[in-house]
Design a protein around this ligand. Sequence first.
Ligand code: SF4
Ligand code: SF4
Length: 99
Amino acid sequence: MSEFTVTLPSGEIWTPQFISAIDREKCIGCARCARVCARDVLALAGVDEEGELIALDEDEDEEYEKKVMTIAKAHNCIGCAACARVCSKKCPSHAPARV
Ligand code: SF4
Ligand code: SF4
């Protein structure tokens, strides 16, 4: 197995860095990462008293302790790593795909 790479029009070989995790403990739910993601990969979720993730429903008052970012559609990620560059808490982790 080797790392998945892309040959750019310039001839440069690029190794996409796909999102692999978001550190829930450090995340402050600011959503900066989701705003720069062009692929709709990321979504906020609530964290309840037990530390379990709960879906957020804009129509209701949810019982959550805080909001955190989650990887909702990992299969949409193109490995641009923009989400990591805008996160002041260094929460997102990335890794190349293996092929
Ligand atoms: S992962 Fe970082 S940028 Fe995204 S919501 Fe959490 S703290 Fe904000
Ligand atoms: S690496 Fe790029 S495509 Fe993937 S979640 Fe982050 S911003 Fe979105």
